[in-house]
Design a protein around this ligand. Structure first.
Ligand code: ADP
Ligand code: MG
Length: 345
Protein backbone atom coordinates (compact mmCIF):
# COMPACT_ATOMS: atom_id res chain seq x y z
CA UNK A 1 0.00 0.00 0.00
CA UNK A 2 1.45 3.39 -1.03
CA UNK A 3 1.35 6.70 0.81
CA UNK A 4 -1.68 8.06 -1.02
CA UNK A 5 -3.70 4.84 -0.74
CA UNK A 6 -2.89 4.81 2.93
CA UNK A 7 -4.16 8.37 3.39
CA UNK A 8 -7.27 7.72 1.32
CA UNK A 9 -8.07 4.45 3.03
CA UNK A 10 -7.45 5.36 6.67
CA UNK A 11 -7.66 9.12 7.00
CA UNK A 12 -9.71 10.75 4.22
CA UNK A 13 -13.38 10.33 4.93
CA UNK A 14 -16.37 11.58 2.97
CA UNK A 15 -16.93 15.10 4.23
CA UNK A 16 -19.64 15.08 6.81
CA UNK A 17 -22.49 17.54 6.96
CA UNK A 18 -21.80 20.00 9.75
CA UNK A 19 -23.73 19.30 12.91
CA UNK A 20 -26.48 21.91 13.25
CA UNK A 21 -25.50 24.89 15.32
CA UNK A 22 -21.80 24.29 14.89
CA UNK A 23 -19.90 27.10 13.30
CA UNK A 24 -16.85 25.08 12.29
CA UNK A 25 -16.58 25.20 8.54
CA UNK A 26 -14.14 23.01 6.62
CA UNK A 27 -14.20 24.56 3.16
CA UNK A 28 -11.47 22.25 1.85
CA UNK A 29 -10.28 19.19 3.77
CA UNK A 30 -7.82 16.41 2.89
CA UNK A 31 -6.66 16.29 -0.72
CA UNK A 32 -5.39 19.75 -1.63
CA UNK A 33 -2.21 21.55 -0.69
CA UNK A 34 -3.86 23.32 2.23
CA UNK A 35 -6.98 22.77 4.24
CA UNK A 36 -9.23 25.84 4.09
CA UNK A 37 -11.22 26.54 7.24
CA UNK A 38 -13.89 29.18 7.75
CA UNK A 39 -13.99 30.23 11.40
CA UNK A 40 -17.06 32.07 12.66
CA UNK A 41 -16.57 35.72 11.63
CA UNK A 42 -15.05 37.76 14.42
CA UNK A 43 -13.70 34.81 16.40
CA UNK A 44 -10.06 34.36 17.37
CA UNK A 45 -8.18 31.18 16.45
CA UNK A 46 -6.69 28.98 19.18
CA UNK A 47 -3.96 26.63 17.90
CA UNK A 48 -1.98 23.94 19.68
CA UNK A 49 0.35 21.06 18.72
CA UNK A 50 1.30 17.98 20.70
CA UNK A 51 3.63 15.21 19.65
CA UNK A 52 3.62 11.63 20.89
CA UNK A 53 6.86 9.69 20.45
CA UNK A 54 7.10 5.92 20.81
CA UNK A 55 9.12 4.89 23.86
CA UNK A 56 8.79 8.34 25.36
CA UNK A 57 5.03 8.92 25.54
CA UNK A 58 3.73 5.42 24.88
CA UNK A 59 4.89 1.81 24.62
CA UNK A 60 4.89 -0.11 21.34
CA UNK A 61 2.46 -2.57 22.92
CA UNK A 62 -0.31 -0.02 23.47
CA UNK A 63 -3.65 -0.72 21.80
CA UNK A 64 -3.58 1.40 18.59
CA UNK A 65 -7.21 2.53 19.05
CA UNK A 66 -6.29 3.87 22.49
CA UNK A 67 -3.28 5.62 21.00
CA UNK A 68 -5.45 7.26 18.33
CA UNK A 69 -7.74 8.48 21.08
CA UNK A 70 -4.93 9.78 23.24
CA UNK A 71 -3.10 11.58 20.42
CA UNK A 72 -6.17 13.72 19.79
CA UNK A 73 -7.28 13.89 23.44
CA UNK A 74 -4.08 15.59 24.60
CA UNK A 75 -4.56 18.25 21.91
CA UNK A 76 -8.27 18.79 22.64
CA UNK A 77 -7.24 19.17 26.28
CA UNK A 78 -5.19 22.24 25.31
CA UNK A 79 -8.20 23.77 23.56
CA UNK A 80 -10.28 22.99 26.66
CA UNK A 81 -7.75 24.76 28.87
CA UNK A 82 -8.16 27.88 26.73
CA UNK A 83 -11.94 27.68 26.57
CA UNK A 84 -11.80 27.22 22.78
CA UNK A 85 -14.28 25.32 20.66
CA UNK A 86 -12.66 22.69 18.37
CA UNK A 87 -12.76 23.43 14.62
CA UNK A 88 -10.52 20.73 13.16
CA UNK A 89 -7.08 19.15 13.32
CA UNK A 90 -4.14 18.00 11.21
CA UNK A 91 -2.16 14.79 11.70
CA UNK A 92 1.54 14.42 10.91
CA UNK A 93 2.41 10.76 11.10
CA UNK A 94 5.75 9.00 10.82
CA UNK A 95 5.43 5.20 10.50
CA UNK A 96 8.14 2.52 10.34
CA UNK A 97 5.99 0.42 7.96
CA UNK A 98 2.43 0.09 6.70
CA UNK A 99 0.76 -2.06 9.35
CA UNK A 100 -2.86 -2.18 8.27
CA UNK A 101 -4.18 -3.66 11.51
CA UNK A 102 -2.43 -0.88 13.42
CA UNK A 103 -3.71 1.83 11.06
CA UNK A 104 -7.27 0.51 11.25
CA UNK A 105 -7.21 0.55 15.05
CA UNK A 106 -5.45 3.90 15.29
CA UNK A 107 -7.86 5.65 12.92
CA UNK A 108 -10.87 4.08 14.66
CA UNK A 109 -9.83 5.45 18.06
CA UNK A 110 -8.88 8.80 16.55
CA UNK A 111 -12.15 9.33 14.68
CA UNK A 112 -14.35 8.16 17.55
CA UNK A 113 -13.05 11.04 19.66
CA UNK A 114 -12.96 13.47 16.71
CA UNK A 115 -16.62 12.75 15.95
CA UNK A 116 -17.60 13.11 19.60
CA UNK A 117 -16.23 16.66 19.47
CA UNK A 118 -17.33 17.46 15.88
CA UNK A 119 -13.64 18.10 15.15
CA UNK A 120 -12.74 16.88 11.63
CA UNK A 121 -9.32 15.76 10.38
CA UNK A 122 -8.57 18.32 7.67
CA UNK A 123 -5.06 17.42 6.54
CA UNK A 124 -1.63 16.23 7.52
CA UNK A 125 1.55 14.60 6.38
CA UNK A 126 2.64 10.97 6.19
CA UNK A 127 6.21 9.75 6.06
CA UNK A 128 8.32 6.69 6.85
CA UNK A 129 10.36 6.82 10.04
CA UNK A 130 10.20 5.98 13.75
CA UNK A 131 6.61 5.92 15.07
CA UNK A 132 5.76 9.51 15.86
CA UNK A 133 2.37 11.20 15.95
CA UNK A 134 1.98 14.97 15.85
CA UNK A 135 -1.44 16.58 15.89
CA UNK A 136 -2.24 20.28 15.55
CA UNK A 137 -5.72 21.37 16.63
CA UNK A 138 -7.51 24.53 15.62
CA UNK A 139 -10.23 26.04 17.74
CA UNK A 140 -12.07 29.31 18.06
CA UNK A 141 -12.86 31.61 20.94
CA UNK A 142 -14.58 35.01 21.18
CA UNK A 143 -12.05 37.88 21.23
CA UNK A 144 -10.44 38.36 24.62
CA UNK A 145 -12.30 35.44 26.21
CA UNK A 146 -9.62 32.76 25.97
CA UNK A 147 -8.69 31.32 29.37
CA UNK A 148 -5.01 32.05 29.94
CA UNK A 149 -2.40 31.06 32.50
CA UNK A 150 -1.82 34.66 33.48
CA UNK A 151 -5.13 35.61 35.09
CA UNK A 152 -4.95 34.16 38.62
CA UNK A 153 -5.72 36.79 41.30
CA UNK A 154 -4.92 36.85 45.00
CA UNK A 155 -7.95 35.42 46.83
CA UNK A 156 -9.10 33.30 43.89
CA UNK A 157 -9.93 29.69 44.60
CA UNK A 158 -8.02 26.86 42.93
CA UNK A 159 -10.06 24.09 41.35
CA UNK A 160 -9.32 20.83 39.55
CA UNK A 161 -11.62 18.75 37.37
CA UNK A 162 -12.05 15.00 37.63
CA UNK A 163 -9.40 12.94 39.35
CA UNK A 164 -5.61 13.20 39.41
CA UNK A 165 -2.95 10.53 39.79
CA UNK A 166 -4.59 7.58 38.07
CA UNK A 167 -2.32 7.60 35.02
CA UNK A 168 0.70 7.65 37.34
CA UNK A 169 -0.69 4.72 39.29
CA UNK A 170 -1.02 2.74 36.04
CA UNK A 171 2.54 3.69 35.08
CA UNK A 172 3.92 2.51 38.44
CA UNK A 173 2.08 -0.79 38.03
CA UNK A 174 3.64 -1.17 34.56
CA UNK A 175 7.03 -0.42 36.09
CA UNK A 176 6.45 -3.10 38.71
CA UNK A 177 6.66 -0.66 41.61
CA UNK A 178 3.09 -1.13 42.82
CA UNK A 179 0.68 -3.98 42.61
CA UNK A 180 -3.09 -3.58 42.60
CA UNK A 181 -6.01 -5.87 41.71
CA UNK A 182 -6.97 -6.14 38.06
CA UNK A 183 -10.13 -4.03 38.46
CA UNK A 184 -8.14 -1.14 39.90
CA UNK A 185 -5.40 -1.47 37.30
CA UNK A 186 -7.95 -1.53 34.46
CA UNK A 187 -9.52 1.68 35.74
CA UNK A 188 -6.18 3.41 36.12
CA UNK A 189 -4.93 2.18 32.77
CA UNK A 190 -8.04 3.49 31.00
CA UNK A 191 -7.29 6.90 32.50
CA UNK A 192 -3.70 6.73 31.25
CA UNK A 193 -4.46 5.47 27.75
CA UNK A 194 -7.78 7.19 27.10
CA UNK A 195 -7.88 10.50 28.95
CA UNK A 196 -11.03 12.62 28.74
CA UNK A 197 -10.42 16.11 27.37
CA UNK A 198 -12.58 18.52 29.40
CA UNK A 199 -13.79 20.52 26.41
CA UNK A 200 -17.34 21.20 27.65
CA UNK A 201 -16.05 22.40 31.02
CA UNK A 202 -13.45 24.66 29.40
CA UNK A 203 -16.08 26.29 27.20
CA UNK A 204 -18.45 26.76 30.14
CA UNK A 205 -15.70 28.36 32.25
CA UNK A 206 -15.30 31.32 29.89
CA UNK A 207 -16.15 34.42 31.87
CA UNK A 208 -15.92 32.46 35.15
CA UNK A 209 -12.36 31.14 35.46
CA UNK A 210 -9.62 33.74 35.86
CA UNK A 211 -6.84 31.36 34.71
CA UNK A 212 -6.64 27.78 33.49
CA UNK A 213 -4.16 25.11 32.42
CA UNK A 214 -4.47 21.45 31.57
CA UNK A 215 -2.57 19.08 33.82
CA UNK A 216 -0.20 17.04 31.68
CA UNK A 217 3.13 17.08 33.56
CA UNK A 218 1.74 16.91 37.11
CA UNK A 219 -0.43 19.34 39.07
CA UNK A 220 2.29 21.20 40.96
CA UNK A 221 4.51 21.64 37.93
CA UNK A 222 1.70 22.84 35.69
CA UNK A 223 0.31 25.06 38.42
CA UNK A 224 3.76 26.64 38.67
CA UNK A 225 3.25 28.01 35.13
CA UNK A 226 0.02 29.70 36.24
CA UNK A 227 1.59 31.10 39.41
CA UNK A 228 4.58 32.57 37.56
CA UNK A 229 2.45 34.00 34.73
CA UNK A 230 0.01 35.75 37.08
CA UNK A 231 0.48 38.98 39.03
CA UNK A 232 -0.36 39.90 42.61
CA UNK A 233 -1.55 43.36 41.56
CA UNK A 234 -0.68 46.74 40.07
CA UNK A 235 3.00 47.44 40.48
CA UNK A 236 3.69 44.07 42.15
CA UNK A 237 6.52 41.90 40.87
CA UNK A 238 5.42 38.96 38.73
CA UNK A 239 4.10 35.85 40.37
CA UNK A 240 1.58 34.75 42.96
CA UNK A 241 1.50 31.74 45.27
CA UNK A 242 -0.97 29.09 46.31
CA UNK A 243 -2.07 27.25 49.43
CA UNK A 244 -3.28 23.74 48.68
CA UNK A 245 -5.33 21.70 51.13
CA UNK A 246 -3.86 18.25 50.52
CA UNK A 247 -6.76 16.63 52.38
CA UNK A 248 -8.94 17.70 49.45
CA UNK A 249 -6.54 16.60 46.72
CA UNK A 250 -6.42 12.85 47.16
CA UNK A 251 -8.84 12.25 44.37
CA UNK A 252 -7.52 9.20 42.54
CA UNK A 253 -10.43 7.52 40.84
CA UNK A 254 -8.69 4.19 41.36
CA UNK A 255 -8.32 4.86 45.08
CA UNK A 256 -12.05 5.49 45.23
CA UNK A 257 -12.48 2.08 43.67
CA UNK A 258 -10.23 0.63 46.32
CA UNK A 259 -12.14 2.38 49.07
CA UNK A 260 -15.49 1.31 47.70
CA UNK A 261 -14.21 -2.26 47.50
CA UNK A 262 -16.38 -2.83 44.49
CA UNK A 263 -14.17 -5.77 43.62
CA UNK A 264 -13.49 -8.60 46.09
CA UNK A 265 -9.70 -8.17 45.75
CA UNK A 266 -9.84 -4.42 46.36
CA UNK A 267 -9.97 -4.85 50.11
CA UNK A 268 -6.43 -6.29 49.93
CA UNK A 269 -4.92 -3.15 48.38
CA UNK A 270 -3.17 -0.50 50.29
CA UNK A 271 -1.44 2.45 48.68
CA UNK A 272 0.20 4.56 51.34
CA UNK A 273 -1.46 8.00 51.59
CA UNK A 274 1.96 9.64 51.09
CA UNK A 275 2.37 7.78 47.79
CA UNK A 276 -1.18 8.62 46.72
CA UNK A 277 -0.47 12.28 47.39
CA UNK A 278 2.68 12.04 45.28
CA UNK A 279 0.70 10.59 42.37
CA UNK A 280 -1.98 13.28 42.70
CA UNK A 281 0.36 16.26 43.07
CA UNK A 282 3.12 15.25 40.66
CA UNK A 283 1.80 12.29 38.65
CA UNK A 284 1.27 13.67 35.17
CA UNK A 285 -0.73 12.52 32.14
CA UNK A 286 -4.01 13.41 33.85
CA UNK A 287 -5.37 15.84 31.22
CA UNK A 288 -7.66 17.41 33.77
CA UNK A 289 -8.12 21.18 34.04
CA UNK A 290 -6.64 23.16 36.92
CA UNK A 291 -8.22 26.61 37.09
CA UNK A 292 -8.75 29.56 39.35
CA UNK A 293 -11.94 31.56 39.88
CA UNK A 294 -13.04 34.35 42.22
CA UNK A 295 -14.27 33.00 45.58
CA UNK A 296 -17.56 34.84 44.97
CA UNK A 297 -18.18 32.47 42.04
CA UNK A 298 -17.74 29.30 44.14
CA UNK A 299 -21.34 28.17 43.62
CA UNK A 300 -21.25 29.18 39.95
CA UNK A 301 -18.25 26.90 39.42
CA UNK A 302 -20.04 24.04 41.19
CA UNK A 303 -23.08 24.61 38.97
CA UNK A 304 -20.84 24.69 35.87
CA UNK A 305 -19.38 21.32 36.86
CA UNK A 306 -22.87 19.89 37.22
CA UNK A 307 -24.08 21.43 33.95
CA UNK A 308 -21.17 19.86 32.05
CA UNK A 309 -21.23 16.55 33.98
CA UNK A 310 -17.65 17.18 35.08
CA UNK A 311 -16.66 16.72 38.72
CA UNK A 312 -14.89 19.82 40.06
CA UNK A 313 -13.12 20.12 43.42
CA UNK A 314 -11.90 23.27 45.16
CA UNK A 315 -8.47 22.41 46.56
CA UNK A 316 -6.88 25.71 47.50
CA UNK A 317 -6.49 29.42 47.28
CA UNK A 318 -4.23 31.92 45.49
CA UNK A 319 -2.06 34.03 47.80
CA UNK A 320 0.22 37.03 47.24
CA UNK A 321 3.34 35.31 48.58
CA UNK A 322 4.96 33.36 45.72
CA UNK A 323 5.43 29.60 46.08
CA UNK A 324 3.34 26.57 46.88
CA UNK A 325 2.23 25.87 50.44
CA UNK A 326 0.80 22.44 51.11
CA UNK A 327 -1.31 22.08 54.22
CA UNK A 328 -3.00 19.07 55.80
CA UNK A 329 -6.64 18.84 56.85
CA UNK A 330 -5.84 20.78 60.05
CA UNK A 331 -4.05 23.57 58.18
CA UNK A 332 -0.54 22.44 59.24
CA UNK A 333 2.19 23.11 56.66
CA UNK A 334 3.64 20.03 54.98
CA UNK A 335 7.03 19.60 53.37
CA UNK A 336 6.83 20.04 49.60
CA UNK A 337 9.22 17.67 47.88
CA UNK A 338 7.06 16.75 44.93
CA UNK A 339 8.41 17.35 41.49
CA UNK A 340 6.74 17.12 38.14
CA UNK A 341 7.86 15.76 34.81
CA UNK A 342 10.32 17.62 32.61
CA UNK A 343 11.56 16.00 29.40
CA UNK A 344 14.99 17.65 29.62
CA UNK A 345 15.51 17.63 33.38
P1 ADP B 1 1.88 17.89 -0.04
O1 ADP B 1 2.74 17.18 -1.01
O2 ADP B 1 1.21 19.11 -0.57
O3 ADP B 1 2.53 18.06 1.30
P2 ADP B 1 0.81 15.39 0.61
O4 ADP B 1 1.07 14.63 -0.64
O5 ADP B 1 1.75 15.22 1.73
O6 ADP B 1 0.64 16.90 0.22
O7 ADP B 1 -0.63 15.03 1.14
C1 ADP B 1 -1.74 14.96 0.27
C2 ADP B 1 -2.98 15.33 1.02
O8 ADP B 1 -3.22 14.39 2.05
C3 ADP B 1 -2.91 16.69 1.68
O9 ADP B 1 -4.18 17.29 1.59
C4 ADP B 1 -2.57 16.37 3.11
O10 ADP B 1 -3.11 17.35 3.99
C5 ADP B 1 -3.26 15.04 3.30
N1 ADP B 1 -2.59 14.16 4.27
C6 ADP B 1 -1.35 13.64 4.20
N2 ADP B 1 -1.10 12.86 5.27
C7 ADP B 1 -2.23 12.91 6.04
C8 ADP B 1 -2.59 12.33 7.28
N3 ADP B 1 -1.76 11.54 8.00
N4 ADP B 1 -3.81 12.62 7.77
C9 ADP B 1 -4.63 13.42 7.10
N5 ADP B 1 -4.37 13.99 5.92
C10 ADP B 1 -3.16 13.74 5.39
MG1 MG C 1 3.07 16.70 2.55
Amino acid sequence: MGEFDLIRHYFARPSQPEAPGLSAGTVVGIGDDCAILQPTPGMQLAISSDMLVEGRHFLSTVNPAHLGHKALAVNLSDLAACGARPLGFTLALSLPSVDEAWLAGFSRGLFALADAHACPLVGGDTTRGPLNICITVFGEVPPGQALLRSGAKVGDQLWVSGTLGDARLALEVFRGNVSVPMAVFDAARARMEQPTPRVALGLALRGIASAAIDVSDGLLGDLGHVLRASHAGQGAAGGVGVRIDTAKTVTLFASNLIASRGHPDCSKVHIHPRIQLDYVLAGGDDYELAFTAPAALHNTVLATGLATSTPVTCIGQIEAEPGVRLVDGEGRLLKNNYSSFDHFA
